[in-house]
Design a protein around this ligand. Structure first.
Ligand code: SME
Length: 148
């Protein structure tokens, strides 16, 4: 499905899924299914200066708790800005999750200027994330923010 249909489907999930965790779990599953280059996708929630892994699709990661400021995840949460890394091996901030991962995008979930968490996506392809992917994930992050 195209981005518009995907976001419409996500908004229908918001209406039909009463729990915030259920919404995030179904949301990341939808994205993983519809965007095959999203090889790992998960939501981290900021709890007392720590990013805590919530619903995800993909191989288990050792990074279930990431301190603010560590890794690409911690940098994105600290700055409140999306970070796109075309080559994770060339970024000294990168915390390895899977040996296959080549590129990553991290999109903060922000409400009223406050970072509540983030959506983290890894791809096994280098430079996998387009401007369209960024806009799609930023729209999904806004939808999640409305429910957190
Ligand atoms: N690569 C992330 C860590 C999380 S795993 O990719 C799931 C980082 O550098 O912060």
């Amino acid at each position: 499905m195209d981005d518009r249909e995907l976001l419409d489907t996500m908004l229908r999930l918001v209406a039909s899924e009463p729990s915030e965790r259920g919404l995030m779990a179904k949301g990341v599953a939808l994205l993983a299914r519809e965007r095959p280059h999203f090889n790992w996708i998960g939501v981290y929630l900021l709890q007392g200066g720590m990013l805590v892994l919530g619903p995800f699709v993909g191989k288990p990661t050792p990074h279930v708790r990431i301190p603010l400021g560590q890794g690409i995840c911690g940098a994105a949460a600290q700055s409140g800005q999306t970070i796109v890394v075309d080559d994770v091996q060339a970024d000294p901030r990168y915390l390895a999750c899977s040996l296959e991962t080549r590129s990553e995008i991290v999109v903060p979930i922000v409400r009223n200027g406050r970072v509540l968490g983030e959506i983290d996506v890894d791809s096994d392809a280098p430079a996998a994330f387009s401007e369209a992917d960024r806009l799609l994930l930023e729209a999904v992050a806004k939808i999640f923010a409305s429910r957190l």
